[in-house]
Design a protein around this ligand. Structure first.
Ligand code: SF4
Length: 615
């Protein structure tokens, strides 16, 4: 059946944990994880709720393939109204936490209300209870995980927690599990902190049972693994170079946002690339990269485990950062590096470590630093205000600012608001490179036109994981399209957005889509889950999820005006590279996209569209 059919509801105000049956009619319409948890959220909260109020809810959810032998089937999602965006939020994380939730017998955990004092949730199979977290409050994510494992005398407990960023209201605070995996985007960690919920610790020993047709499931998952093993990207490129493999590729095509998107190519991209991570450092003769790593059940293993140079200024007096740890991945390396003009690999790793340790989204943090550096460059912010000489390219400034933000000190408090609020405060809102309050990831939409539309229309604010047209426009997956033209992009964006909803809701990693299409996922779901999971049904489920999320955002007060890009991307042409002279053609693509979606010219789903999707 794929699902455990069991939901844990935790009322933090009352301090109660209760079990209830999973709504199987909804599971049939929304699959699991992102889709199903979003259905619960939109059914249970007022879309206009303040994200940080007790009336917001936060749901941790698995999909039917989570915890199974499907490759990459270790994902879980955190669904809530986002603190950074005021939009529906769904942040996805790998590691081992999601599988453990499934092994304990739960499909999802719904958190509601606010605890009067710091608590953590401890789950051991069917047993669930809230425990005092006074001794954990103020601790980092790493310390929290170690303390919980030690106090329960069980190193196999899996922990998701917030650090100081989530406690102190950094609006892009993350929820970190397994030390360096995170539900990172949209401020889900700030919502968790607002509920006085420090951590969720789970131990499950039940395994996953109830696969509908086990021989068929074995055959389907093996076939899926073979596709991944036969594909050069998923069997060689990602394991060897990680997502960082994109740094030089995207730079060469003139789509690497640099210095707050002033430029589209970074002259030091090579120094922070995947190739550089393999090179021996002149200081100690060792490469930055130690090994690759895999999340639960993953046969790709794109994760990076690296060791920072012990003599680097950022850590030379801090031995606790000398061990091997997670990073750098492409998005973090870009946001902490090119976005700020910083080409010091060790400094990027240090900033990334602090983001993991204190629970912050490195994309939004890095991009917000980029906006602050531009305000500084323009003379709007001074060295006295920031507390550091924040010129573009300064590794010292980056390292100092990450410490200040993690600890909520000085100007770090303003960086913790994210770029949209910070730039508005200093009278230059147009300098925030964001959509719906969330900072862009690592692709400049003047050089990859479809990504401009994907960013503008993303239901959770600017995001590459809601419609990764880079796959088609850059890598030719599943078909190559021209990144410099707008023609055909509305249809492409819709197709990617809908398919991504299914990947996310199944409980698998979106990186499989470098090799898999929905046709590779379909037999795995069909064998695991009761009911019809045909291609037609999956396409409909993906489209239904997208429209449900859209309806929530509209009810929350958003309009077509929120589907927009910062003026820089629409009026300042790319200065170099293949896209030289181009701006993003969003204004041409957006009306066509609304039409393709079956929405009015104002971006509202037509009645016929909603009826067709059963919404
Ligand atoms: S592909 Fe990478 S991020 Fe995805 S599950 Fe595997 S190791 Fe984790």
């Amino acid at each position: 059946m794929g699902w455990n059919r069991k939901v844990l509801r935790v009322n933090l105000t009352a301090g109660t944990c209760t079990s209830e049956p999973l709504n199987m009619a909804w599971a049939n319409d929304y699959l699991g994880s992102r889709g199903l948890a979003s259905k619960y959220l939109v059914s249970e909260i007022d879309p206009k709720v303040d994200p940080l109020s007790p009336d917001n809810k936060m749901i941790m959810s698995t999909g039917p393939l989570t915890g199974t032998m499907a490759s990459t089937g270790g994902r879980y999602t955190v669904v809530t109204k986002g603190a950074l965006t005021n939009a529906i939020a769904c942040s996805n994380s790998g590691g081992f936490f999601g599988a453990e939730m499934k092994f304990a017998g739960w499909d999802m955990i719904i958190f509601e209300g606010r605890s009067p004092k710091p608590v953590y949730l401890y789950v051991e199979n069917d047993k669930a209870e809230l425990r005092d977290a006074a001794h954990l409050w103020g601790k980092t994510c790493w310390e929290t995980e170690a303390t919980i494992k030690s106090s329960h005398q069980d190193p196999l407990i899996r922990v998701s927690s917030i650090g100081g960023a989530g406690e102190n209201g950094v609006l892009y605070a993350a929820i970190v599990n397994d030390l360096h995996r995170a539900a990172g985007r949209s401020g889900v960690g700030a919502v968790m902190g607002s509920k006085n919920l420090k951590a969720v610790a789970i131990r499950g020993t039940k395994g996953v049972s109830g696969i509908k047709d086990f021989p068929a499931f074995l055959a389907a998952t093996n076939a899926g693994k073979k596709v991944l093993a036969d594909n050069a990207v998923t069997s060689q490129g990602l394991p060897k170079y990680g997502t960082q493999v994109l740094m030089n590729v995207i730079n060469e095509m003139g789509a690497l946002p640099t210095r707050n998107h002033r430029d589209v190519q970074f002259e030091e991209a090579g120094k922070i690339s995947a190739e550089a991570m393999h090179e021996k450092r002149p200081t100690d003769g060792k490469p930055h990269l130690v090994t690759n790593a895999a999340c639960f059940g993953c046969t790709i293993a794109c994760g990076r485990i690296s060791k920072i140079d012990e003599t680097h200024f950022s850590v030379k007096n801090s031995p606790k950062y000398w061990g091997a740890s997670g990073g750098l991945e492409y998005e973090a390396a870009w946001a902490l590096g090119a976005a700020n003009g910083v080409g010091d690999l060790e400094a990027l790793q240090y900033a990334n470590l602090l983001c993991n340790e204190h629970g912050m989204d490195p994309i939004s943090f890095g991009a917000t630093v980029g906006a602050a550096m531009e305000l500084y460059d323009l003379g709007i912010l001074s060295k006295e205000q920031i507390g550091v000489d924040a010129k573009f390219g300064s590794a010292e400034a980056l390292c100092k600012l990450v410490e200040m933000t993690a600890r909520g000190e000085g100007f770090g408090k303003e960086l913790g608001l994210g770029s949209a609020r910070m730039c508005a405060k200093y009278g230059r809102p147009e300098l925030s490179m964001s959509v719906k309050g969330q900072e862009f990831p690592a692709y400049d939409s003047r050089g990859i036109q479809g990504m401009g539309l994907a960013y503008a229309t993303s239901n959770r604010g600017a995001c590459h994981l809601r419609g990764y047209t880079v796959a088609s426009e850059v890598l030719g997956i599943p078909v190559k399209t021209d990144p410099l033209v707008t023609d055909g992009k509305p249809e492409l964006v819709k197709a990617f957005q809908d398919a991504t909803g299914v990947f996310d809701s199944a409980g698998i990693c979106i990186f499989t889509s470098f090799a898999w299409t929905l046709a590779d996922v379909q037999p795995q779901l069909q064998a695991a889950c009761e009911g019809d999971w045909s291609m037609d049904k999956l396409n409909e489920v993906g489209e239904r999820i997208w429209n449900m999320e859209r309806q929530f955002n509209l009810a929350a007060g958003m309009t077509a005006k929120d589907d927009d890009l910062p003026p820089r991307l629409k009026t300042e042409p790319a200065k170099t590279g293949p896209a030289k002279g181009l701006v993003n053609g969003l204004d041409k693509m957006k009306p066509e996209y609304y039409k393709v979606r079956g929405w009015t010219p104002d971006g509202v789903p037509e009645k016929a569209t909603l009826e067709r999707l059963g919404l």
